[in-house]
Design a protein around this ligand. Structure first.
Ligand SMILES: NC(=O)c1ccc[n+]([C@@H]2O[C@H](COP(=O)([O-])OP(=O)(O)OC[C@H]3O[C@@H](n4cnc5c(N)ncnc54)[C@H](O)[C@@H]3O)[C@@H](O)[C@H]2O)c1
Length: 290
């Protein structure tokens, strides 16, 4: 049997982490993005992460060489035509995702499965425009994907059992822990997280406390590894705006509505870790854990 090959389409915050999981899990991994500089940056972030894994004694240098040897870069969909699975992690926008899947559908082998890492959009709706709704599944990795095992997996209305089972077994084979959820906005995690993080932003907006103080309180009292402000900076404030729009647009949950401060931060290009400034400040844009 030929080696498993996975294309990760969209190599920003999530795609880079998912690519680490795929390559570390033994798959030939193609990083696909519209932005060539993003691809180069993603490969460098992966290398930095694995370098740190060596320093921590988790991987041997030869293993890293082998893993990085399985990684290639592509900007043309023709280059990913024979992948077994495409995991899409582009902007949280139905039109952008739909257009990408349509292009991929023209080039990919009929046996290629499509998965979306969407946090809030409908799997069934993306699948419907993809051209292969029966071979489409939701695979929602958690941030930071390179460290978190959990993957929320959702079948769309037309997803076949065979597709779902195959994607599930690939996910487990990569060392991840899938949980099955309904195709509904926010699945399990973001039903809590998007409103919770917005509540924290509103506290800053109202001048109740400084971001670092909010994180200190939440971590200290609730035992979370990361406070909401630090988490938001890792998620990306631009991505949080899109998550709010998608979730609020469907559920009309008032706490999911985008806080005005969040929009102002994005307008000022304070996007979080990716621009080294969000609610907190950072001295490099290295991927989390490296
Ligand atoms: N950031 C999070 O915390 C998080 C967590 C889980 C899931 N998600 C989901 O993952 C997806 C990506 O989010 P992100 O935060 O990584 O976004 P991001 O903005 O960091 O990265 C998006 C990447 O997609 C690329 N891209 C855009 N359009 C493209 C196209 N047509 N073809 C190929 N590449 C394209 C961009 O160049 C960029 O590199 C979204 O659906 C989001 O909801 C995000």
């Amino acid at each position: 049997m030929s080696k498993l090959s996975i294309c990760v389409a969209g190599c920003g915050t999530m795609g880079t982490g998912i690519a680490i999981v795929a390559a570390r899990g033994g798959a030939n991994t193609v990083l696909f993005d519209v932005a060539r500089d993003r691809l180069e940056a993603a490969r460098q972030q992966m290398a930095n992460f694995f370098e740190k894994s060596v320093a921590r004694g988790k991987l041997a240098p030869e293993q890293v060489e082998e893993i990085m040897g399985r990684v290639s870069l592509a900007t043309d969909p023709a280059e990913v035509s024979d992948c077994d699975l495409v995991i899409e992690a582009v902007f949280e926008d139905l039109k952008v995702k739909g257009a990408l899947f349509q292009r991929l559908n023209e080039h990919c082998s009929p046996s290629t499965l499509f998965a979306s890492n969407t946090s809030t959009l409908s799997i069934t709706e993306i699948a419907a425009v993809s051209g292969r709704p029966d071979r489409f599944v939701g695979m929602h990795f958690c941030l930071p994907a390179q460290l978190m095992k959990l993957v929320e997996m959702s079948p769309g209305l037309e997803t076949t059992d065979e597709t779902f089972d195959r994607a599930w077994s690939i996910c487990e084979g990569l060392g991840q822990q899938p949980v099955k959820t309904l195709d509904q906005p926010g699945f399990i995690l973001n039903c809590f997280l998007v409103p919770f993080n917005n509540d924290a932003i509103r506290l800053v907006e109202q001048g109740v406390a400084e971001p670092a103080e909010i994180d200190k309180a939440i971590k200290g009292a609730l035992g979370y590894a990361m406070g909401p402000m630090e988490l938001l900076d890792l998620v990306g404030l631009d991505t949080q705006v899109l998550l709010c729009e998608a979730l609020h647009g469907v559920t009309h949950e008032p706490r999911a509505a985008c806080p005005p401060l969040l929009r102002r931060m994005v307008a000022a290009k304070r996007l979080g870790r990716k621009t080294q400034r969000g609610f907190l400040e950072y001295d490099s844009n290295k991927i989390y854990g490296s």
